[in-house]
Design a protein around this ligand. Structure first.
Ligand code: SAH
Ligand code: SF4
Ligand code: F3S
Length: 457
């Protein structure tokens, strides 16, 4: 293998949530600006990066396994730089160097802006045949606020990604400390970006052809919660209103909201902001008040149900999806059945079900009544069946309806077709030639095969 000295390449693999995807885009943009090209080939890449997630043990093991595999290619390209970044690094930087000897760089969530300069310096050093001096950058604890945004249209360099939809981070961190969750440790305290910065970023994205933005935050509705309420509207709703006025922006989404701080103004927003999509990902976690309390989730079932009902009356076609943890310490069969009953009551359009995974340093990991793997799996399996049955029924109910889809690109399963998403965030397949990528088109849903909808323009 040869090193391309003129235009070295970088490969970035991302695990975890949209925050990580967005951070990876930012890192990719810096490499592009520095004269690198992005590659989908890990074997060829001169700089190999993995952006890691710590939220469950499985996510960590996947990233470690992948990095181990990638480092095994190192003999073919001794100059290559291998780096881990993101949430897992923030919580266990030092061990990682011990576990993976070939690793060169680790950078935590607070210093991903430095990934480029560190890796580039190291690669140049190796290109110049200087004595190897692995740079061991630990997780920086200093809080680095937002960087100039990823102006460069990274998506244009990665054809697999949609270029008409973009993530925009509006806040960082979380200080909720749900008893099971590692995120407050990996991403630090909550801080909101100034609204003017967000507006500027969205305007620039729209100028490059973006039609849909998804606003990101761990508790996105807590955005700007120290700011005054103006005419009954908090900072988050005022931000939605301001974004709504941007010409050329067609759709807005946000993730993830939390029942805490979910006030009437946000419920009402669904009734008068047509660009706000008819979908909300609204993590419930459990249907048992006793478990919610142990989870340190500061709401009860009744409140969650009231909010779902209120949002649905503000926007009758609203799709609701959720996150649920099964097998939380102390969860009895009765608690589990309450969760199952709640799933049936809300009729979620879909739900991510997670088996509780103990995270080091979190209170739940030390709680009595840890549930065995077999029981967690059984509950997961049982709940998944209910979730899927409801999800398929809700999809089937769309057959014959008219929906507007944003056409995002070729279908993942059949490149001869196009894929778009409805306002409810449901993927719809249409024939190629029926519409242009990046446009909103009305379709009639003519068929549903479980999770896939087919539309005719
Ligand atoms: N900030 C969001 C959640 C972000 S983490 C919120 O509070 O709604 C994404 C999801 O991972 C969570 O909703 C939860 O369901 C799941 N999760 C977090 N920690 C977990 C753990 N230790 N074990 C299993 N699932 C977990
Ligand atoms: Fe984790 Fe809770 Fe914060 Fe969500 S709100 S990121 S689950 S601590
Ligand atoms: Fe994972 Fe970090 Fe997101 S732990 S879920 S990538 S905030």
């Amino acid at each position: 293998m040869k090193l391309d000295r003129i235009m070295p390449s970088v490969y970035i693999k991302t695990y975890g949530c949209q925050m990580n995807e967005r951070d990876s885009e930012q890192v990719a943009a810096m490499f592009l600006a520095g004269g690198y090209r992005l590659t989908d080939s890990d074997a060829q890449a001169d700089v190999v990066l993995i952006n890691t997630c710590s939220v469950r043990e499985k996510a960590e093991l996947k990233a470690l396994g992948k990095m181990g595999m990638l480092c095994s290619q190192a003999e073919e390209k001794p100059w290559a730089v291998f780096g881990l970044m993101g949430c897992m690094v923030q919580s266990r930087a030092r061990e990682l160097f011990e576990e993976i000897p070939r690793l060169d760089v680790v950078t935590g969530t607070h210093c991903y802006h430095r990934v480029f300069s560190i890796c580039d310096a190291l690669l140049k050093q190796r290109m110049a045949n200087l004595p190897p001096a692995p740079l061991r950058e630990g997780a920086h604890i200093s809080q680095v606020e937002d960087l100039p945004d990823a102006h460069t249209r990274i998506r244009d360099h990665l054809p697999a990604r949609s270029s008409c939809s973009a993530f925009v981070s509006i806040m960082q961190g979380c200080e909720m400390h749900c008893s099971y969750c590692i995120v407050p440790f990996t991403r630090g305290g909550e801080r909101s970006r100034p609204a003017t910065d967000i507006m500027d970023e969205v305007k620039r994205l729209v100028d490059t052809g973006v039609k849909e933005v998804t606003l990101l935050g761990q508790i996105v509705n807590r955005y700007g919660r120290d700011e005054a309420i103006v005419d009954g509207r908090g900072a988050f709703v005022r931000l939605l209103e301001a974004l709504h006025d941007i010409e050329g922006l067609e759709r807005m989404r946000f993730t993830s909201p939390h029942p805490i701080g979910f006030h009437d103004d946000l419920v009402r927003a669904f009734s008068y902001l047509p660009k706000l999509c008819s979908h909300i990902h609204f993590p419930m976690q459990s249907g048992s008040d006793r478990i919610l309390k142990l989870m340190r989730r500061p709401y009860r079932q009744e409140k969650y149900m009231e909010l779902c009902a209120a949002m649905r009356s503000a926007r009758p076609d609203l799709a609701i999806t959720t996150d649920i943890i099964v097998g939380f310490p102390g969860e009895t069969q009765e608690d589990y059945l309450l969760t199952k009953a709640a799933v049936k009551k809300v009729e979620f359009d879909n739900a991510f079900i997670f088996q509780y995974s103990p995270r080091r340093g979190t209170p739940a990991a030390e709680m009595p009544g840890q549930i065995c793997l077999r029981e967690k799996e059984a509950r997961n399996h049982d709940l998944l069946e209910t979730v899927n049955r409801i999800a398929i029924a809700r999809n089937n109910a769309l057959v014959g309806t008219r929906q507007t889809i944003l056409v995002e690109g070729p279908s993942k399963t059949n490149p001869n077709r196009l894929q778009g998403r409805t306002s409810q965030n449901k993927p719809v397949i249409i024939e190629k030639g029926d519409a242009q990528i990046g446009t909103l088109v009305p379709v009639t849903i003519c068929e549903c095969t479980g999770f896939t909808l087919y539309g005719a323009v």
